[in-house]
Design a protein around this ligand. Sequence first.
Ligand code: URA
Length: 210
Amino acid sequence: MSTPFHIPDHALLRAKLTRLRRRETDTVTFRRALAEVGAILTSEALRDLDEVETGIETPVGPMRAPALAAPEPCLVAILRAGLGLLEGARMVLPEAPVGHLGLVRDEHTLRPTEYVVRLPRDLPARGALVLDPMLATGGSAIQAIHRVKQAGATLIRFACVVAAPEGLAAFRAAHPDVPVTAGALDERLNEKGYIVPGLGDAGDRCFGTE
Ligand code: URA
């Protein structure tokens, strides 16, 4: 099985991604655009959630209408930059519990080390959408999905803003069962592990720590 990989065909997503990529975009604009992209990617990644039909009353009369089937998924943000996507994800899924995974990339080995793991207790009864803006080497995303699987989640999906071919290949090899939704698939990684052309360091640009 090969990981399903989906880039939503949406003009708004492309325009917001261009805003994120521009070197001159300031922190406030970057943060807002990242949240907006988070909302779009979350909607797209969860577009095939199970639904149930339910009887409701509109102000004009009764009807059968679709609602999300229980249990709804939770959101898991990979710290730090995943918080920027989470802001928008929570606009479209406000009831979802939120997990946090703190993974820091060793500058030399480029491998992720965990410094915080806080996941919803009812994870085994839920699906999970894991969020991180950059799928670069794939190390953090792969480790995060391992953690979420270990905690018992079954229907897991991953969303990122920009993916590198190297990261996507590693992710596919590690988690062929986890669909990926991305804003773009870029050219490559550079020698420092940054995506080219990418958008720079998403965490620094989101939190003004450049
Ligand atoms: N993390 C980032 O924030 N940007 C990259 O290009 C790669 C990893």
